[in-house]
Design a protein around this ligand. Structure first.
Ligand SMILES: C[S@@+](CC[C@H](N)C(=O)[O-])C[C@H]1O[C@@H](n2cnc3c(N)ncnc32)[C@H](O)[C@@H]1O
Length: 376
């Protein structure tokens, strides 16, 4: 599976699009607000003088309402700081990066309204936005061109399926599973751990020459709280349930069992210690903070507190909501392996399984937020 070709969020603005099903990721962005503000203030006040031109990049920006959300928040923080200090609004060079399959056109179409708003609200016309297609696991920007790099809900995607676990592997090591599971042999766990270390290290090595000394980076990604990767938190159980849904379709004759055995997700949810070790080993960045926070699978539904959901009907709708969120993210990849014909059945079975799960357990994602400074 060539990740560059098959991984993209569901395009457009239809029922299954990322644009319509990305409230969880939106919530994750808003939780990191105070860290964002701290990083931007630090950049602006570092030399006691607001820089004339500020380079900002959002990596894995996707499309839809979230694509310009962080950038808008950054502009608000810069504007408030300039007003307080009586400085003029700096020139902003904003780069929006994602893989080439991303719906960049959707973002470009929303730019005229975005520029108009900045002009009216901030009185600035010197904001330049560019789309940068390519993998953030390699170089994307010129030397020392960035003051701030942001990435949200993206770095848990690996650059490839871990070595030995791809569709061409001679033996299926992770039978019946799509990700690390309690039944996964140690080879599977080690392959995932080492792919993450390699990728995260390449990410840091690629950003290191692009960010000015003292520049900042704020990264949020799915993670886990325990050192043990088979612990039932983070996204771990989402993959378990998706594997379960696929085996239900095997029993209905809609999917070949071998197809499940040969699929392993290019995904990894690290624990804080793994992030820390990789950053320290690469050596270009200093860690300011690593925070972990929990977010419920269905935090995008407004009245979803379990106490209010005694009625199984409401719980069913929780499962459907979670299924829509997951479908918008993983469908392109799952479809390329299992075929388009089974997608509706798959996510319908999946939503029932999620319903049962959230009825019995507190289903949470663990999100890690790491704030870094480029060393001098
Ligand atoms: C769940 S979306 C997050 C989008 C947005 N940041 C948000 O918070 O709503 C993850 C994005 O990461 C992108 N992505 C995954 N791997 C990538 C890579 N190696 N390089 C660039 N973008 C990548 C995906 O294409 C996808 O658009």
């Amino acid at each position: 599976m060539e990740i560059l070709q098959v991984l993209h969020m569901n395009n457009g603005e239809g029922e299954t699009s990322y644009a319509k099903n990305s409230n969880i990721q939106r919530k994750i962005i808003s939780v990191t607000n105070s860290r964002l503000e701290e990083a931007i203030l630090n950049i602006m006040c570092n030399n006691k003088k607001v820089p004339e031109s500020i380079g900002v990049a959002d990596l894995g920006c996707s499309s839809g309402p979230n694509a310009l959300m962080v950038v808008t928040e950054i502009i608000d923080i810069i504007d408030a700081t300039c007003r307080k200090s009586g400085s003029s609004f700096p020139e902003l060079r904003i780069s929006l990066n994602d893989l080439p399959g991303n719906d960049f056109n959707e973002i470009f179409r929303s730019l005229p309204a975005f520029f108009q708003k900045i002009k009216e609200e901030k009185g600035s016309e010197s904001c330049y936005v560019a789309g940068v297609p390519g993998s953030f696991y390699g170089r994307l920007f010129p030397l020392k061109s960035l003051h701030f790099v942001h990435s949200s809900s993206s770095l848990h995607w690996l650059s490839r399926v871990p070595l030995g676990l791809g569709i061409n592997a001679r033996t299926a090591l992770n039978k019946g599973k799509l990700y690390i599971s309690k039944t996964s042999p140690s080879e599977v766990i080690n392959a995932y751990v080492s792919q993450f270390q390699k990728d995260f290290s390449s990410f840091l090595r690629s950003r290191s020459p692009e960010i000015i000394p003292g520049g900042r980076m704020l990264l949020s990604l799915m993670g886990r709280s325990s050192i043990d990767p088979t612990i039932e938190d983070g996204c771990y159980y989402q993959w378990e349930l998706l594997a379960h849904a696929l085996s239900t379709l095997v029993s209905k004759g809609l999917v070949d069992e071998e197809k499940i055995d040969s699929f392993n997700a290019p995904y990894y949810a690290p624990c804080p210690e793994e992030l820390k070790i990789t950053v320290e080993k690469e050596g270009s960045f200093m860690i300011n903070h690593i925070d972990a926070f929990e977010i419920e699978w269905d935090a995008n539904i407004s009245s979803n507190s379990p106490a209010q959901c005694e009625d199984k009907k409401i719980l069913l709708s929780r499962g459907q909501q979670v299924a829509k969120t997951i479908r918008a993210v993983v469908e392109s990849m799952v479809e390329s392996h299992f075929g388009n014909e089974i997608m509706d059945d798959l996510f319908s079975v999946y939503s029932d399984l999620v319903d049962d799960y959230v009825y019995k357990k507190r289903a949470i994602y663990v999100n890690l937020v790491v704030s870094l400074t480029r060393k001098d």
